[in-house]
Design a protein around this ligand. Structure first.
Ligand code: ADP
Ligand code: MG
Length: 755
């Protein structure tokens, strides 16, 4: 039954012969069958409801416990020092690690291994190789050595490279990242890896992230030494919050726009959307709960510490969030998590929609990136403490972060740019495309006090007073829920900053690379300035206060405590000189300004060549996405919507003609008016839809003639995309006119309410 239904939906058969004819049309039957099938579904991998997470947490991760069990002490310590200090692992040790990984993963049911990496296409990539190797005597052995662990050469010609790698050369390779643990997913040992070109240029998300994390470690540690000589390592931490929608698989398959683009290009808002605000606080539907439990089970086996799950604002929308981790591991975990969300959804006859705006008029999805810095001494550098000394440490990192965002806000905007996220930013449901920082009233007061300080040396009395009454007064717990601003793109939330503008489909590494890079650069600058003052004879504390005071002054523009959704803010931001960049092609331009290129190059995060390549890839990705949406929309209009509208129009026309035959002339005149008006309205809308779809196709053709990726992206943005709204407007009106049973697409009200 299930297979037949799928075949039926995929092939779009006009004759649903094997189905009970409960309703008139194929589409209506598909809707009905989909719901029925879904309600009967039993998860495949049913989880023992009584097992505790602690019994299987991390069981499929080659973590320290597994390493100790399977490896010699020498090999174990080499891997640990590679993780902690970035030391190289020599070939002999790599062989030992490989042997251990093989034995361990086979014990977990693995038959294959893969270098698991994150190319710039947005998904994770893997090419599986069997452990199995035939021997000359007709038997086989399981083989996996250090060479296979450390490096692999996938057929890389089909991954985007922005022109770095000549396709005829087609050689990129993946290399093991020992700082993120290997894991067994299904029957495959997955080895987190970087992906670089044959000549060593980064072709993935991970390389620049690792380099930025190194930069922040170094810069933040050096500044930490002012306060505590025991600070020898600083890790950036990331806790992501992932929003997503679930839709019924049968309904998903019947929507070519969801299948092709991940969002609905058409569809009238349901009578009941989210205006009642009843979904967020509502209980999780049972069918969804079954799904969530299985997602959690898979995550916990893989050591992904997901902890919270709940409904989100929109109907059909949900969220998962883990406990924060070291940023590189957290980024890997989020990529893996998105894969798990998708795989488990299919087992439950759901499809997960990670798109930022799957449904017009309904809240979109984001991925908040909670970011902080943590030391080897166990201190969160962005958490206030109970002593003035501790709080000066906090203020140092806090103010430097604000200064970094003030000076480089445009790079954050570039890092979150994507065709799909453009729907969300500035749409009054997500932070605006203007980057600003919210810190709350208590900390605003502290910064205002510090700003009033006179420059130069302070008297001992003044300093004591400052420490006691200003710095010492910062409350240790700042997590005051009344002082939260949900409209700010970069909000301080008591012990971390929360970047709330990241898109739900995004790989967190782009924003994490930028945040860590700009703060690293800022901290380096801070160190130079403070050292300069100390050399000039100033005491360390005085020097720190002086530089911080200057930063508070020079980074005021970016601080905003008001309503980020309001129009007043747009005007005010423009006055302050903050950019409001609503579309991706223009936001990406911030990546390739001379200052940005120098910044990336200075810290070895991305060379000019690598950054240019990335820029090209992102512009290409943008126009390709819009191109696919535009083509899909044309198809939907011509093959689905217009034929259906014509069919209904013809039924109405025939009816009117028959009425004319059977009714007396005066009755006909009196009673046919509304129906004739309807025929006219349908005709007009059909005509508009067709002419606009043709005009859009012409613009698309013109755009395709443009060679430069940026100019083509701009043409798609400015010339093609505006038709999406005008075409949609007419189609959504037609949806309200045409017989429900004939309408060829599942409707919002059917998709959004999970049964
Ligand atoms: P809320 O859900 O109200 O936004 P929470 O305190 O529950 O706030 O935290 C949300 C996210 O922030 C979680 O993923 C959590 O792990 C993460 N988080 C908390 N502390 C840190 C930190 N020091 N660094 C990074 N992320 C953090
Ligand atoms: Mg949050």
């Amino acid at each position: 039954m299930v297979e037949k239904l799928h075949l039926y939906l995929l092939l779009g058969s006009k004759k649903g012969g094997t189905f009970e004819k409960k309703t008139k049309t194929p589409m209506a039957r598909a809707r009905f069958s989909g719901l029925e099938q879904a309600s009967q579904h039993k998860p495949i991998d049913f989880v023992n409801p009584h097992a505790k997470s602690s019994e299987y947490y991390g069981s499929h991760v080659f973590n320290q416990k597994a390493m100790r069990e399977y490896m010699s002490k020498e090999a174990y310590e080499s891997v640990l020092s590679a993780i902690d200090k970035g030391n190289k692992i020599d070939r002999d040790i790599a062989d030992q690690v490989a042997t251990a990984m093989k034995a361990w993963s086979i014990s977990k049911g693995a038959s294959h291994y893969t270098h698991w990496f994150q190319p710039l296409t947005g998904a994770t990539a893997e090419k599986h190789d069997g452990f199995f190797e035939p021997t000359s005597d007709g038997h086989a052995i399981e083989k996996f050595n250090g060479g296979m662990l450390v490096q692999a050469e996938p057929d890389a010609s089909s991954f985007p490279n922005g022109g770095i790698r000549n396709t005829f050369e087609a050689r990129g390779y993946t290399a093991w990242d020992p700082t993120s643990p290997a894991f067994v997913f299904g029957s495959t040992l997955c080895i987190p890896s970087v992906f670089v070109s044959y000549t060593g240029e980064a072709l993935d998300h991970k390389v620049p992230l690792l380099r930025a994390l190194q930069a922040i470690d170094q810069a933040a540690t050096e500044v930490g030494q002012y306060f505590d000589k025991n600070i020898t390592k600083v890790n950036a931490t990331l806790g992501w919050e992932q929003e997503y929608f679930l839709v019924d698989e049968a309904l998903f398959n019947a929507r070519p726009d969801l299948v092709m683009t991940g969002r609905t290009l058409l569809g009238h808002s349901p009578a009941k959307g989210q205006q009642m605000d009843d979904h967020y606080f509502g209980s999780i539907p049972e069918r969804v709960m079954g799904y969530m439990r299985e997602v959690e089970y898979e995550c916990h086996k893989l050591g992904i510490p997901v902890k919270t799950r709940h409904n989100e604002v929109a109907p059909g929308q949900f969220e998962f969030a883990p406990i924060f981790e070291e940023a590189n591991v957290a980024v890997d975990h989020n990529s893996l998590f998105m894969d798990i969300l998708d795989k488990v959804a299919r087992r439950h006859a759901f499809r997960v929609l990670l798109h930022e705006k799957p449904f017009a008029g309904i809240n979109g999805s984001g991925k908040h990136n909670n970011w902080s810095l943590s030391t080897n001494t166990g201190i969160n550098l962005l958490a206030p403490g109970s002593t003035p000394k501790r709080n000066l440490l906090f203020l140092t990192y806090f103010i430097n972060t604000i200064k970094a965002v003030n000076d480089r806000a445009d790079l954050i905007r570039a890092a979150i740019a994507a065709a799909s996220n453009d729907h969300r930013l500035g749409a009054n449901e997500a932070p605006p495309a203007i980057i600003s920082v919210f810190i709350g009233s208590q900390l605003s007061e502290v910064l205002d006090e510090l700003e009033k300080l006179e420059s130069g040396k302070m008297s001992p009395e003044k300093k004591t007073e400052l420490k006691l009454n200003v710095v010492g007064k910062i409350p240790e717990i700042l997590l005051d829920n009344t002082d939260r601003n949900r409209t700010s793109p970069f909000a301080f939330t008591g012990n971390k900053f929360e970047l709330r503008a990241v898109g739900s489909t995004a790989n967190c590494s782009a924003s994490m690379t930028v945040i860590n890079l700009i703060v690293a650069d800022q901290l380096k600058q801070f160190k130079v300035e403070v050292d300069g003052l100390i050399k000039g004879g100033m005491k360390k504390d005085d020097a720190i206060f002086n530089v911080l005071k200057d930063y508070i002054k020079s980074s005021k523009a970016v601080r905003f405590e008001g309503d980020g959704y309001s129009d007043d803010w747009k005007v005010e931001a423009a006055k302050r000189g903050l950019n409001n960049t609503p579309d991706t092609p223009r936001a990406l331009d911030f990546y390739v300004t001379p200052e940005a290129q120098d910044l990336f190059a200075k810290h070895g995060v991305l060379s000019h060549v690598e950054l240019e390549a990335r820029y090209e890839i992102l512009q290409e990705e943008y126009y390709k996405k819009i191109q696919i949406e535009s083509r899909t929309l044309s198809d939907l209009v011509k093959n689905h919507i217009v034929p259906t509208a014509i069919e209904y129009q013809s039924i109405l026309s025939q009816n009117v003609m028959r009425l004319k035959e059977v009714l007396p002339a005066d009755s006909f005149k009196r009673l046919s008016k509304e129906q004739i008006d309807m025929i006219i309205e349908i005709s007009e809308r059909i005509s508009k839809v067709l002419s606009q779809a043709d005009a859009m196709t012409q613009e698309r053709k013109a755009a395709n003639q443009i060679d430069s990726a940026r100019d083509r992206a701009l043409a798609y943005c400015d010339k093609v995309k505006p038709y999406f709204d005008t075409i949609r407007y007419e189609v959504d009106k037609l949806e309200l006119l045409v017989d429900n049973e004939m309408w060829p697409l599942p409707k919002y009200r059917e998709m959004l309410y999970i049964r």
